[in-house]
Design a protein around this ligand. Structure first.
Ligand code: NDP
Length: 232
């Protein structure tokens, strides 16, 4: 039987590329996006791999949709959960014009929701063969790497996510579940922009390689796409 992956934020960017590569390689793919009607490329992927790709409506910030997804999955196990969906927030915000409501929105998406989804799906992951949970973090969430300041919303949300990953890795060790924070590189997507250094294909190929080689020893690490460890 083929392995199963569930990915959030699959309508564009890295999420779409993850869904494509896993489907191409014969995996069963649960691809989630918050607006399927407008997710043309994802719908095309489903049409291309109808036996492997299943689409789900999921705004990760909506608990009702997380519950509905869990119900729809029936008794399926999830080998690999990829918490990919993320939000940078409004650009160009610096000290002096930080807004509470906007900050909350970024924290909600990048920090709170990935854990809430993982918590809801945990029994399926713990009973799977590969028992892997990946969180798309970012090097800009590294405190050790912060030399340019600013980026209050996004940086803090990914730094907090890293702490979530660390705790989760300790809490789930007994269940044999591997948990990692991944930096995908600076990638050419809507978020990364056109000047970014690598393509989504290059990034996802590298990240999938890392996930394939992951064992419990690596659980609780913050890994760059090239396999090196990043400073917390
Ligand atoms: P994009 O901005 O291109 O795509 C973001 C994806 O997240 C979209 O599918 C978006 O859906 C989805 N999303 C946002 N909010 C929600 C939500 N509430 N519920 C469900 N889906 C949501 O980003 P990338 O593909 O570049 O980034 C993927 C991940 O990698 C993110 O976590 C990001 O922080 C991280 N990352 C990216 C880097 C880069 O250089 N690109 C660098 C470092 C980290 P919608 O279209 O509906 O908004």
């Amino acid at each position: 039987m083929s392995e199963t992956v569930l990915i959030t934020g699959c309508n564009r960017g890295l999420g779409l590329e993850f869904a494509y590569q896993y489907a191409r390689d014969g995996w069963c793919v649960h691809a989630c996006a918050r607006d399927l009607v407008r997710a043309e490329e994802l719908l095309a992927l489903e049409a291309r791999f109808p036996d492997q790709v299943q689409l789900h409506t999921l705004d990760i910030n909506k608990d009702g949709q997380i519950k509905a997804l869990d119900r729809v999955l029936g008794n399926e196990t999830i080998d690999v959960l990829i918490n990919n969906a993320g939000y940078y927030g409004p650009k160009g915000v610096g000290f002096g014009n930080v807004e509470r409501a906007l900050w909350r929105q970024v924290l909600e998406t990048n920090t709170l929701s990935p854990l809430m989804l993982t918590q809801a799906l945990f029994p399926r992951i713990a009973t799977s063969r590969l028992k892997t949970v990946a969180f798309l973090s970012s090097k800009v969430g590294s405190i050790g790497d912060n030399r340019s300041g600013g980026g209050y919303y996004y940086r803090s949300s990914k730094t907090a996510l890293n702490q979530v990953v660390k705790s989760l890795s300790i809490d789930l060790e007994g269940a044999g579940v591997k948990v990692v924070a991944l930096h995908p590189g600076w990638v050419q997507t809507d978020m990364g922009g056109n000047n970014a250094l690598i393509t989504a294909e290059e990034s996802v190929t590298a990240l999938r390689n890392l996930l394939q080689q992951l064992d419990l020893q690596h659980s609780g690490s913050f890994l760059n796409h090239d396999g090196s460890t990043i400073d917390w």
